[in-house]
Write a protein that binds this ligand. Sequence first.
Ligand code: ACO
Length: 323
Amino acid sequence: MIRSVVRGIGSALPRRIMKNTDFEGVVETSDEWIVQRTGIRQRHIAADDETTASLGEAAARAALDNAGLTPADLDLIVLATSTPNNTFPATAVDIQQRLGMRHGFAFDMQAVCSGFVYAVTAADLYLRGGQAKRVLVIGSETFSRILDWNDRSTCVLFGDGAGAIVMEAGEGAGTIADRGVLAASLRSDGTHKEKLYVDGGPSTTGTVGHLRMEGREVFKHAVGMITDVIEATYAQAGITSADLDWFVPHQANKRIIDASARKLGIAEEKVVVTVDRHGNTSAASVPLALAVAVADGRIKKGDLVLLEAMGGGFTWGAVLLRW
Ligand code: ACO
């Protein structure tokens, strides 16, 4: 059977690092509060000349280099983002143009923080359906542009960045020993849409708007939703937490990551954590964390890796793959 195998990975971060102490004098907060409640110590913030498209392009080029491929080898680009360069065209098409690619097709995927997990699942279906042989999947965000910098309960949580993978159709035996995507489970529930949203848009206010979040409410639902969708993914593949080599969760809050891993019985040393240095980069958080763990040699070819995310909507999902 066809399996969607990761062939390369890359990432890109804005030049400017903003430390927790840099918020002092901006809003009433402290390094101690931010670290204790979230685990975040710093985040990268895009300059005017750094956009979702430029960061996405840089991550894409790094992933192509890592795969030993060029844009000519791609059939499809899926960009997960909630902070596109423009309302339209899709920023994926902008990146396609920046890569000098005039064949194939490209589109954006909007599932907020779950965007990358949704995009990997979509790419897997295009590959297994025979519509594409190689797909570039990018998560790129500039959340700094939609933050209310006077709201201390949200502005300290988010950062900017991009991560990308190249996925390629390969042959598998149909067992969980295969490399590639092995199982996936996606969910959404719009009854929670007012707990985490942006208060603007083209069809309502005609403005871009700012991120609004009832943090405590999101936190309350997060662990249960994350663990449910992971258990559904385990059931599809017939595995348990003990079989995993690496857990790469969405990097929103260290307390949510720890509580989810504890509830699932995933050993602490198998959990990849980058929220301390990146903050919450929404759809970029999972590929950025993956890129760190691949670059430092933790994730190796053949390892069983579980990706998970949860975000605005609510949307949530998990993907199990063998690297
Ligand atoms: N500095 C200092 N104090 C603060 C700050 C700050 N930056 N922000 C809030 N506070 C205060 C609050 O005003 C409140 O004060 P009060 O008790 O006098 O009212 C107090 O700290 C406690 O606030 P809580 O909101 O209860 O704090 P909590 O422990 O819940 O932590 C947090 C807040 C970090 C936002 C947490 O709720 C959280 O992580 N929620 C989930 C966020 C998340 O995972 N989002 C997921 C996806 S994001 C996406 O999809 C885009």
